[in-house]
Design a protein around this ligand. Structure first.
Ligand code: FES
Length: 131
C-alpha cells in the first residue's frame, strides 16, 4: 500500500490559518495528511521554502493567503503571486510536476473553501503517483 502523500500548507495568520482553525473547531473533515505551517503573510514565502519542503520529502506544497486586496500587509499576497511564477520555474528546473504546488486565497470566513482546496490538492498529488 502507498504511503499517504504529505502536503505542506503554509497559511497566512490572518485569513487562511483562521479558516483552517475554524474548519478544525467546526469538526469539518479534511485529509489528515495536511501539515499546516502558520506564517504571518503569504508575502513572507520565499520560493526556496517551497523547494526545500519538496526536497525534504513533502509531496506537495500550498501557499494560502488572504484574498487579493485583503492582505493585512497591503500587498504581500500580490508579491506571493508574483513569486509563484519563480516557483513554477524552480519546479521545472528541479524536475517536479507543476501540480505539486498551488497558491490560493481563503478568507477567515471560508473554512469550507479551505477544506475543498486541501482535499483537491491531496487528490491531485495522489493522481500523480498513480499516473
Ligand atoms: S496577511 Fe494574509 S496574505 Fe498577507
Amino acid at each position: 500500500m502507498h504511503r499517504q502523500p504529505t502536503i505542506i500548507a503554509f497559511c497566512c495568520n490572518w485569513c487562511s490559518y483562521a479558516a483552517a482553525d475554524l474548519a478544525g473547531s467546526s469538526r469539518m473533515k479534511y485529509p489528515p495528511n495536511i501539515r499546516i505551517i502558520r506564517v504571518m503573510c503569504s508575502g513572507m514565502m520565499h520560493p526556496e521554502l517551497v523547494l526545500d519542503a519538496l526536497n525534504q520529502g513533502a509531496d506537495g506544497v500550498m501557499i494560502l493567503g488572504c484574498h487579493l486586496g485583503e492582505c493585512h500587509y497591503i500587498d504581500g499576497n500580490r508579491k506571493a503571486l508574483a513569486r509563484s511564477e519563480v516557483i513554477s520555474e524552480l519546479l521545472e528546473d528541479f524536475g517536479y510536476e507543476q501540480e505539486r504546488f498551488g497558491i490560493f486565497w481563503v478568507s477567515s470566513a471560508e473554512p469550507e473553501r479551505f477544506v475543498e482546496l486541501v482535499t483537491d490538492m491531496v487528490e491531485k498529488v495522489k493522481e500523480l503517483r498513480e499516473a
